[in-house]
Design a protein around this ligand. Structure first.
Ligand code: UD1
Ligand code: MG
Length: 454
């Protein structure tokens, strides 16, 4: 197969989004529309990817600079044919050029692969619509061969009856495409250089024009406003949910889950309503995720229970842990097997050893906690002096009494006990009870102050 070039048209303003942000940078499933298209493009292993941008200044190339793509400005925007023309200097003749739209985000690899397999010549991706209003119509002759594409505004009453429409996505031999684009005029209802006019040129030149159809209708759905964006988001989420359920995942309600990235699940995973998964999340066998939890870039070990309203970010949990309700694991947290992190406990950049527990109202930051440690309610690691961060080490089998402050850097020795309400500023010896609070006393006859009369 000849090498593939891909041109992504992304110069449009998106007037109906009523936003300062270029349309193609609005997000679907947590990623910019054009990012979905770029990811799909890259999956075809093209020789070259060109993104034609315009509105929004450098915002598009800046946001997409991680991609190995050529960004070409189109200024002013004189139509889809003019847009593709801007990319041509970057494309080699002995190749095929695939045109994609930056605002048609859910086009899938398989459909584009299907187009590549359809044969040589010009390949158009078309669909049949009950209501084709607004789209370019595919005009065929009596033999059923494609003759041209006619835009809505240029169509005759008879042509407007045609239900087969142009999705805009097409594949063309690059050398011919270059020649056709050079011959485009703008003598039409919109005064634009229409990419679609190359179809009639191909027919005239005897180049085969073929058509292919997307595997699913939503793949070619374009975004012009926030209603369409929200509707396509739901379509995508439902598709993701169906895929998970087909693999055996139990979803309390497939309409109430949001996956903004990739969620990988083992067997007998259960996910309650309202959960959001971002980035790369892996849930091992028998993990249960409680309602309204938000989990990003995490690996959760088998049998671990996440109670409702928990928030996990860039962290890892072993097997059979208990997390939440209302727990927060911030980046760099690692829970070993059987650890418990309970309500209103915040863990950051810390390791919690096997079987250790921090069940209530704590902040554990920049800490290394050993195995079988019990961290009492309200314990705070004071890891920050306003300028520097320091580590707290709590060794195996330690017991930290409630409402303790551990002022880092500090180490609590193996099996040590800290009395409740202590402020610990120096290392505490293994196996001993250390406490820092003053002795309780009662002052006989003490009276509360009373307000003086004015
Ligand atoms: C285009 C097609 C029409 C098809 C429809 C599918 C043409 C002439 N018409 O019409 O046959 O049915 O899409 O949605 O091609 N763009 C640029 N620069 C420009 C103009 C457009 O980058 O100068 C980009 C837009 O951002 C958009 C895409 O090209 O992503 C399509 O442009 P749009 O104006 O929506 O074309 P339509 O009139 O809808
Ligand atoms: Mg359009």
């Amino acid at each position: 197969m000849s090498p593939l070039n891909i041109v992504i048209l992304a110069a449009g303003k998106g007037t109906r989004m009523y936003s300062d942000k270029p349309k193609v940078l609005h997000a679907l499933a947590g990623r910019a529309l054009v990012q979905h298209v770029l990811d799909c493009a890259v999956s075809l292993q093209p020789q070259q990817v060109c993104v034609v941008y315009g509105h929004g200044g450098e915002a598009v190339p800046q946001a997409m600079n991680a991609y190995d793509a050529q960004f070409v400005i189109q200024e002013p925007q004189l139509g889809t044919g003019h847009a593709v023309q801007q990319a041509m200097p970057h494309l080699k003749d002995d190749s095929r050029t695939l045109v994609l739209y930056g605002d048609v985000p859910l086009i899938q690899h398989n459909t584009l692969h299907q187009m590549q397999q359809a044969g040589d010549g010009l390949v158009l991706l078309t669909v049949n619509l009950d209501n084709p209003t607004g789209y370019g119509r595919i005009v065929r002759n009596a033999e059923g061969d494609v003759q041209s594409i006619v835009e809505q505004k240029d169509a005759t009453a008879e042509q407007l009856q045609i239900g087969e429409v142009n999705t805009g996505i097409m594949l063309a031999p690059t050398r011919e495409l270059r020649a056709w684009l050079g011959k485009l005029g703008n003598n039409n209802a919109q005064g634009e250089y229409y990419l679609t006019d190359i179809v009639a040129m191909a027919v005239q030149q005897g180049v085969a024009v073929r058509t292919a159809q997307p595997a699913q209708r939503w793949e070619v759905e374009g975004i012009n406003n926030k209603m369409q964006l929200a509707a396509l988001e739901r379509v995508w989420q439902q598709t993701q949910a169906n895929k998970l359920m087909a693999q055996g995942v139990t979803l309390a309600d497939p309409a109430r889950i949001d996956i903004r990235g990739e969620l990988t699940c083992g067997r007998d995973v259960e996910i309650d309503i309202g959960c959001v998964f971002e980035g790369q999340v892996t849930l091992a066998d028998r993990v249960r995720v409680g309602a309204y939890s938000v989990i990003r870039d995490a690996v959760i070990g088998q049998g671990t229970q996440i109670a409702p309203y928990s928030h996990i970010d860039s962290s890892e949990a072993g097997a059979n842990c208990h997390i939440g309700p209302y727990a927060r694991l911030r980046p760099g947290s690692k829970l070993h097997d059987d650890a418990h992190v309970g309500n209103f406990v915040e863990i950051k950049n810390s390791e919690i050893g096997k079987g250790s527990k921090a069940n209530h109202l704590s902040y554990i930051g920049d800490s290394t906690v050993g195995t079988r440690v019990n961290i009492g309610a309200g314990t705070i690691t004071c890891n920050y002096d306003g300028a520097n961060k320091f580590r707290t080490v709590i060794e195996d089998d330690a017991f930290i009494g409630s409402d303790t402050q551990l002022v880092a850097p500090v180490t609590v020795g193996k099996g040590a006990t800290i009395g409740a309400g202590s402020t610990i500023t120096k290392d505490t010896p293994a196996g001993e009870l250390t406490l820092s609070r003053s002795k309780q006393m009662t002052i006989a006859g003490w009276q509360r102050p009373v307000k003086g009369k004015k």
